[in-house]
Design a protein around this ligand. Structure first.
Ligand SMILES: [Zn+2]
Length: 188
C-alpha cells in the first residue's frame, strides 16, 4: 500500500540493501531539502530549507555519515525584538548502528550513535534525524542583534509599570477606599 508523506524528509531514508547494492563504497548526498519543525522558541529555519553535502559510507556493521549541513536562520533579538538572521554551516560526523548493537553493553559507540530504522521490513538509515538534531542544537537559543543592544524603544513598547498602574486604577477595591476617604473628609 502506498502512503503519501508530505515531508520531503523521506528522501533522506536509505535502505541498507540499496546501499549494499551500489558498486561504489561511498554514496554522496548533495541536495537541498525542506524539513518541518526546524525551530526553537526564538529562532527558525525559513521554510525548513537545508542544504546537504554529505557522504554515506557503509562499512561491515555500521554506516558513517559525514559532511556539511547548511541553513539560514531568522530570529527576533531577545532585547529589542528586531528581526535578525544568520547562516549555519555545520560539520557533522555520525554513526548508524543496528538496533542489536544497542543491546550490546560493551559497545562503546552506542551512546552517540543513531539506530537503524526498520522501514517496510527493511533496515534503513534516516538522515532526517541527524540533520534535524544538528540544526536544532546550533540555532541561537537567545539571540541578540548586537552585544550593545539597548533593548526596546520605550515609545514602541510601553513598560510593564505603566500597564500595572492602569490596572490599579480600574480595581474596584480602590474605588471603595476612595469612597471611604471621601466620606471621612466630608464629615471632618
Ligand atoms: Zn536588539
Amino acid at each position: 500500500m502506498m502512503t503519501i508523506n508530505k515531508s520531503v524528509g523521506k528522501d533522506l531514508i536509505f535502505p541498507l540493501t540499496l546501499l549494499k547494492r551500489r558498486p561504489e563504497k561511498i554514496h554522496h548526498v548533495n541536495k537541498e531539502v525542506s524539513l518541518d519543525g526546524l525551530e526553537i522558541s526564538t529562532a527558525r529555519v525559513p521554510e525548513g530549507r537545508v542544504g546537504l553535502d554529505l557522504t554515506v559510507e557503509l562499512s561491515r556493521e555500521e554506516v558513517l555519515v559525514a559532511g556539511k549541513v547548511v541553513a539560514s536562520w531568522s530570529a527576533e533579538c531577545r532585547r529589542c525584538v528586531e528581526e535578525i538572521s544568520g547562516q549555519l554551516e555545520l560539520s557533522i560526523s555520525e554513526i548508524f548502528l543496528s538496533v542489536n548493537q544497542f543491546k550490546d553493553e560493551v559497545n562503546f559507540n552506542v551512546e552517540d550513535a543513531f539506530p537503524f530504522k526498520e522501514i517496510d521490513g527493511e533496515e534503513a538509515i534516516d538522515l532526517e534525524e541527524v540533520v534535524r538534531d544538528s540544526i536544532l542544537l546550533a540555532l541561537p537559543f537567545s539571540p541578540l542583534c548586537s552585544e550593545e543592544c539597548q533593548g526596546p524603544d520605550p515609545q514602541r513598547f510601553p513598560t510593564q509599570a505603566n500597564t500595572e498602574k492602569k490596572d490599579f486604577e480600574k480595581d474596584p477595591r480602590w474605588a471603595v477606599l476612595d469612597q471611604l476617604k471621601f466620606d471621612k473628609d466630608n464629615s471632618a
